[in-house]
Design a binder for this molecule. Structure first.
Ligand code: E4P
Length: 219
């Protein structure tokens, strides 16, 4: 299973990357806007030190505009993936870009049918949004499991990026679903390696060690 970081914050990416946990990065227009820096500068900086796909999203709505933007984004680095929204125009753009060997990630996927269409059009990645489905009372994790089933059944090599992750149970559910990739916000990542009983355990061991050392000095 691969882990992507769902952020455009370079410091956050560098910090977690030092743990050897980051296989790629996803950004979107909202995440880029939070950084207040030029889009190209941010993507190129991340693509320069991350050894894996770095996703940058188009903002055009017409396929011609998406293709134009996609070619430009792909020229920013050999590991830059073009994120395209799941629309009819988006599918057309994905198809054109695939013929030019430009990899795409179809984003904002909410149904099995949308995932299938994206894979068929030639997307290298599809991004089902779990949290946003949960928000409207649907089961986001179920969609990821079903998409995995369908991709395997028909032999698509499109990878599933489980996105819109809100908490630890999401991540554990994704791991069990067999999704290829989970893209995790920087704020959620530390929850993956933390547990209150771990902290309590360390505290107890250190206390006992201090007493042991004191006793040794007295002997
Ligand atoms: C994924 O590629 C998206 O950037 C992201 O997961 C969206 O998550 P949100 O629903 O928390 O905005």
């Amino acid at each position: 299973m691969k882990f992507f970081l769902d952020t455009a914050n370079v410091e956050e990416i560098r910090r977690i990357n030092e743990l050897g946990l980051v296989d790629g990065v996803t950004t979107n227009p909202t995440l880029i806007s939070k950084e207040g820096r030029p889009f190209k500068e941010v993507i190129q900086e991340i693509a320069g030190f991350i050894d894996g796909p770095v996703n940058a999203e188009v903002v055009g709505l017409k396929s011609e505009d998406m293709v134009k933007e996609g070619r430009e984004l792909a020229s920013w680095g050999s590991n830059v993936i073009v994120k395209v929204p799941m629309t009819e125009e988006g599918l057309k753009a994905v198809h054109t870009l695939a013929q030019e060997n430009i990899k795409t990630n179809v984003t904002l996927v909410f149904t099995i049918a949308q995932g299938l269409m994206a894979a068929k059009a030639g997307a290298s990645f599809i991004s089902p949004f779990i949290g946003r489905l949960d928000d409207i009372g649907k089961d986001g994790l179920e969609l990821v499991s079903k998409l995995k089933q369908v991709m395997s059944m028909y032999g698509y090599d499109t990878e599933i990026i489980a996105a819109s992750i809100r908490h630890l149970p999401h991540l554990e559910g994704i791991a069990l679903s067999g999704a290829d990739i989970a893209t995790i916000p920087g704020s959620i990542f530390p929850k993956l390696w933390s547990h209150p009983l771990t902290d309590k355990g360390i505290e107890g061991f250190l206390k006992d060690w201090e007493n042991y050392e004191k006793n040794q000095e007295e002997v």
